[in-house]
Design a protein around this ligand. Structure first.
Ligand SMILES: [Mg+2]
Length: 363
């Protein structure tokens, strides 16, 4: 078997809806399950690349899975070269548009293709990309939804006790007094010196965000994420201009081109890359290259398994957002040790499905 030149045989996509151990209530709505499309990219030579994409709502599961599988015929017989695949799919989707379902499908195939390359080379993704494994500082992002000050303190303690040294609290209560009360409850629970990130999930107007940050600036928050609509870069820049707390943005940017616009507008102090929305591993590398010359610290959004590898090759790497949403369907979920993610010493990304659980949650 020659593994130095791989050829794509087929792309399989399976929709699963995985219950969350700790459902999350954000100011943008409730999330109780993880709707995932699992991708298996099979090569003629043997290696099977795997990735999953996160569909946000179960409504999107079936159409996205179908779209990914439709690409099987488009790619069959092509060389397994992620940059060439990306170029072909960009052209395939040029008129449909690069955002939304098309971009998610492209990213899922890109991540599976890189995984297969890593397997063929016998190298973990981090090494395939020229890096070395190292611990990646992680914050526990699983909980602290819109649950009120009474519950937030206890939940923050639980989240730290799982082995983390930082947590993120969702804000966007009906009034700023409640936002402040929740932040103080979390601070009392985790103690001084523990980073507490915060996330408004796009819920405020620019003026309201400026008003609330006047109160929150004294609370020692590590960052304030998406205070207003994610694509209002000028609005974020205006909020940032008056805020004393660093502004975090980026999880909803589609591809490095959106990211470039956000950075040009001075929208944020920190940038958060979503491995799917940015365009997979290929898109991430381009995004990391935009952040590096500007000195913008880069965190990841969701996808902790692949993001751990990618943060290790990101010059301005910052924090890994830890969620356990894919854990039930994985044979070996990402490990956390001393507050950091441990990059697995397995070829590729290191994803392997627990087929019995996959069968249970198959849609
Ligand atoms: Mg967020």
């Amino acid at each position: 078997m020659s593994k130095d030149k791989l050829t794509i045989r087929s792309v399989q996509a399976r929709p699963v809806n995985v219950p969350m151990a700790r459902p999350l209530q954000t100011s943008g709505g409730a999330v109780a399950t993880a709707p995932l499309v699992l991708i298996d990219l099979t090569t003629e030579e043997g290696p099977v690349g795997r990735s999953y994409i996160f569909c946000y709502t179960p409504i999107a599961l079936a159409p996205i899975a179908r779209l990914v599988e439709n690409l099987s015929d488009v790619l069959k017989g092509d060389a397994l070269a992620p940059l060439a695949i990306e170029d072909k799919l960009q052209r395939t989707f040029r008129l449909l548009g690069y955002q939304g379902f098309a971009s998610m499908a492209l990213a899922g195939i890109d991540m599976a293709a890189w995984d297969a390359l890593g397997q063929a080379a016998g190298l973990p993704l981090v090494r395939l990309l020229g890096g070395a494994p190292r611990p990646i500082p992680a914050y526990n992002s699983k909980g602290l939804g819109i649950i009120g000050a009474d519950k937030a303190g206890a939940e923050a303690s639980e989240l730290l006790a799982e082995g983390f040294r930082a947590v993120k609290v969702r804000l966007g209560y009906p009034d700023v007094a409640t936002d402040v009360a929740v932040v103080r409850a979390v601070r009392r629970a985790v103690g001084e010196g523990t980073p507490v990130m915060s996330d408004y999930n796009q819920s405020l107007s620019v003026a309201e965000a400026q008003q609330r940050l006047r109160y929150l600036d004294g609370e020692g928050l590590y960052w304030v994420e998406e205070p207003t609509r994610f694509d209002d870069y000028a609005g974020h820049a205006a909020i940032r201009g008056k805020a004393g707390t660093p502004i975090q943005l980026g999880e909803n940017c589609w591809g490095p081109h959106d990211m470039a616009k956000a950075l040009e507008a001075g929208a944020c102090d920190y940038f958060m890359i979503d491995a799917m929305k940015i365009g997979g591993i290929t898109g991430w590398q381009r995004a990391a290259a935009l952040a590096e010359p500007r000195g913008i610290p880069v965190s990841c959004h969701l996808f902790p398994e692949v993001s751990a590898h990618l943060l290790a090759v990101t010059p301005t790497a910052h924090w890994l957002e830890y969620v356990d949403w894919a854990n039930p369907i994985l044979q070996q979920p990402l490990a956390i040790k001393d507050g950091s993610a441990v990059i697995p010493d397995r070829p590729g990304v290191g994803l392997a499905w627990d087929e019995a659980v996959v069968a249970k949650y198959l849609v």
